[in-house]
Ligand binder design. Structure first.
Ligand SMILES: NC(=O)c1ccc[n+]([C@@H]2O[C@H](COP(=O)([O-])OP(=O)(O)OC[C@H]3O[C@@H](n4cnc5c(N)ncnc54)[C@H](O)[C@@H]3O)[C@@H](O)[C@H]2O)c1
Ligand SMILES: O=C(O)CCC(=O)CC(=O)O
Length: 384
């Protein structure tokens, strides 16, 4: 019998297939915002005129711009952005860019609401440290215009990296779910190919680990299977023709669907968990972590969930084939890295990664039980 709990987030609207510049103005009017603070991926601000055009459209409603968020959202940059948002007297944050800026803005909301002014004080708002911290709910909320397809804009959690410990820590509050998400395929054309395709594999990973989880349920499955099928068809189309806006839109909608399992309480597995360590400690781009880990995790897990893996292969258009092999070939054909060696993580680091991975939220919830670091090491050897 299925058992579970589905928690619905605090999002009002998802707008898709419309230019972000237009949709943003409408959203600011809808929300009554007169002091929107932009948090944007740096290259989009410095190397294109898109952000300037958006600022022009917002006119006096734009209260400032922060564009200095490094990948994996380090604490110091969160504090720097919070200071600027506070000084600008922001009443809303608009993010335009990848997952690091999206998560950064979620952390800024908690910093503003809880008067966090120093990186060490982020300890006070971390999720999952013994008793739940008594968080003051954010009042300055967020609108997200994602330009990658890792899917964090559809979650009420943020990953922030503690530079001292090199651990990616979770922050969580139901109101961290953006009030609106705007999916604009035109704007995404500036996203470098490696970043679009690798974050697309992250979305594939959300689907696959969601379908393969012990706690999978029909509501999450329906979204994940549809999302996986859309991503499997659309990512190669974007690789073949970067200007294929229909394919870009399908990738964005596939990503939205990929977050269905997570949003309805289904845990992720070892690919997500090991990925946190590869990102925070070794600086491996988030999407690449899925490219190198997911097929090996599937192979290691197959003894406990071959039936679920068969559904993965079928959704990707390869019924009766091995899902690990299907994913391996799919990622390779997109030109993405497939081994830890290719992302410059050698075997001398495996013991440390295995230790760290045990402390992530997802490795202990992998569908094939992981009792200790030795088993994480087995997976790492498969991905070497
Ligand atoms: N909260 C969640 O549920 C969730 C889900 C997925 C990812 N994340 C987080 O998101 C982060 C990864 O995000 P990502 O993989 O989307 O990439 P990213 O935001 O880390 O971007 C990677 C790099 O590409 C640059 N870049 C260049 N051109 C860009 C463009 N046009 N648009 C966006 N970025 C551009 C960025 O500035 C950055 O340096 C991780 O820290 C991860 O933990 C969170
Ligand atoms: O919702 C969460 O707790 C985090 C989601 C997550 O792991 C997604 C990701 O990092 O890609």
């Amino acid at each position: 019998m299925h058992k579970g709990r589905v928690v619905f987030g605090a999002m009002d609207e998802v707008v898709f297939g419309r230019p972000a510049s237009e949709a943003l103005v409408e959203q600011l009017i809808r929300l009554g915002s007169t002091r929107a603070f932009l948090m944007v991926s740096g290259t989009l601000n410095r190397e294109t005129d898109e952000i300037e055009n958006i600022r022009r459209g917002l006119g006096p409603r734009c209260a400032g711009t922060f564009d200095a968020m490094p990948p994996h959202t380090p604490r110091a940059a969160v504090i720097a952005a919070s200071e600027q948002a506070r000084a600008a007297n922001a009443d809303l944050i608009v993010t335009i860019g990848g997952g690091s800026i999206t998560d950064g803005a979620k952390a800024v909301q908690l910093c503003l609401a809880n008067d966090i002014r120093h990186p060490d004080d982020i300890d006070r708002i971390r999720a999952g440290r013994g008793a739940s911290p008594q968080l003051t709910a954010p009042t300055v909320r967020q609108i997200s215009v994602p330009t990658t397809i890792a899917g964090g804009e559809f979650s009420a959690a943020a990953g922030v990296t503690n530079e001292n410990t090199k651990v990616k820590e979770g922050l969580r509050h139901p109101l961290l779910m953006p009030r609106a998400v705007i999916l604009d395929p035109w704007l995404s054309q500036h996203t470098p190919e490696w970043l679009w395709l690798s974050t697309g594999i992250r979305a594939v990973d959300h689907c696959v680990e969601g379908i393969c989880a012990r706690e999978a349920h029909p509501y999450g499955d329906a979204q994940a299977l549809m999302g996986l099928s859309m991503l499997a068809q659309a990512l190669p189309r974007v690789k073949a023709d970067a200007k294929d806006l229909d394919a870009r839109m399908d990738c964005q909608i596939g990503t939205w669907l990929s977050t269905g399992p997570l949003a309805s309480g289904v845990p992720m597995g070892a690919s997500h968990g090991i990925g946190y360590v590869l990102g925070a400690e070794f600086g491996v781009p988030h999407g690449y972590t899925s490219c190198v880990m997911l097929p090996s995790v599937m192979r290691w897990n197959k003894s406990v969930n071959a039936d679920r893996q068969a559904q993965v292969a079928a959704a990707m258009g390869h019924p009766n084939e091995d899902a690990g092999d299907v994913l391996d070939a799919f990622i390779r054909n997109l030109g993405m890295p497939r081994s830890l060696r290719e992302v410059k993580v050698g075997p001398e680091h495996f013991d440390r990664i295995a230790q760290q991975a045990m402390a992530t939220p997802w490795v202990p919830r992998n569908p094939r039980k992981i009792e200790g670091p030795a088993q994480v090491r087995e997976i790492l050897e498969l991905a070497a």
